[in-house]
Design a protein around this ligand. Structure first.
Ligand SMILES: [Zn+2]
Length: 342
């Protein structure tokens, strides 16, 4: 049965720039001049705006832009049991990050993403709204561990907590879940058990599961990608001028591959010709994979780009992909369901 997805489905990684007025509403809320209801209304309105941008661009599998999340670890640490915040730590230059501390056993309490998923899917133009969730290894790596004997032990409890959340999302109708693990390749000596904790976090999640990995040393994680029980891996590739595809081929990564064709670190908007040419090159090079294994996405979340730039980049991504779709005649049927029994 045709699921309605075209060849080379286009998607986003997750985050999208918050409208300027939403940042102002958040500021007014912190000053007590707006109440929680005002903030909640503005957050919902901003999700409408994000989905509209994704629709205008022609993205096949959208997200809600992560409008409710200031930061990808903090958001979950604030909602799981076992975490505490002392104060911000400096990460680079003038940038501060509220690094959470684990002070007792990590517990999953109330669902964290179900309400935002339900709202976004109730207004989504696509039945395949993707939900993003931070993975257990990155959660552990970006927190202080003041309770567990080891980071590995902490990560296993985080895997159980994230697994409960993903089960709640599936029960609410989520059909595609993306686990974000930007830290997974930051400590070579930990990567073996990092793979295990990701697998633990997605056990029993029988919808499409995607892993997002971006900037860093891909030679650490690529040899293990086939051991990770996800259906798809989406990657930052444009930023590296596609060099990592050599490694993908060397290790015969058999997953669906989300090709990052948009550099999220620059305001220069890629042309559609450039996107089409890049895609063609990657698909031809990875000739051991059938064409229905390829998806198309930006390298990472577009959160830090001006909104206008983010929209233009998505439009180029879709337009460039369409050029190539024309050439992929017949028989290319991407799947929306799980390809592995977890
Ligand atoms: Zn990323």
């Amino acid at each position: 049965m045709n699921n309605g997805l075209p060849p080379l489905p286009t998607t986003v990684i997750g985050s999208y720039p918050r409208p300027k007025w939403l940042r102002e509403v958040i500021r007014l809320r912190s000053l007590g001049r707006f109440n929680d209801e005002d903030l909640s209304e503005a957050l919902n309105d901003s999700v409408q705006v994000v989905l509209r941008d994704h629709q205008v661009a022609g993205v096949d599998v959208p997200t809600d832009g992560e409008m409710r999340r200031d930061e990808m670890v903090e958001f979950f640490a604030e909602r799981l049991g076992g975490f505490m915040f002392y104060g911000p730590v400096r990460v680079w230059g003038p940038n501060y990050y509220r690094k959470p501390s684990v002070v007792s056993k990590v517990r999953h309490g109330e669902p964290m993403l179900v309400d935002e998923f339900r709202y976004a899917s109730s207004i989504s133009y696509s039945p395949y709204l993707k939900v993003t969730i931070t993975g257990p290894y990155t959660m552990a790596d970006w927190s202080y561990n003041e309770y567990y004997k080891s980071k590995e032990e902490l990560a296993h409890d985080l895997a159980k907590a994230m697994n409960s959340e993903m089960k709640a999302l599936v029960e609410s109708g989520a059909k595609i879940i993306q686990v974000d693990e930007p830290a997974i390749h930051t400590h070579r000596e930990e990567v073996k058990w990092a793979v295990d904790v990701v697998n633990e976090s997605i056990k029993g999640i029988n919808v499409k599961v995607v892993l997002h990995v971006c900037y860093g040393d891909y030679s650490v994680i690529f040899p293990h990608l086939n051991e990770i029980q996800v259906d798809q891996v989406n990657l930052a590739l444009k930023n590296y001028e596609y060099e990592p595809i050599k490694l993908l081929k060397r290790y015969k990564v058999e997953k669906e591959i989300g090709i990052g064709v948009i550099d999220v670190h620059t305001n220069r908007v890629e042309t559609k010709e450039e996107v089409a040419k890049d895609l063609n090159r990657v698909i031809r090079y990875l000739d051991y994979l059938s064409p229905d294994k390829f998806w198309v996405n930006p390298d990472c979340g577009l959160k830090l780009r001006p909104r206008k730039v983010a929209l233009e980049k998505l439009k180029s991504m879709v337009a460039g992909t369409s050029v190539l779709r024309e050439k992929l005649k017949g028989g290319v049927e991407p799947s929306i369901g799980p390809t592995i029994n977890r």
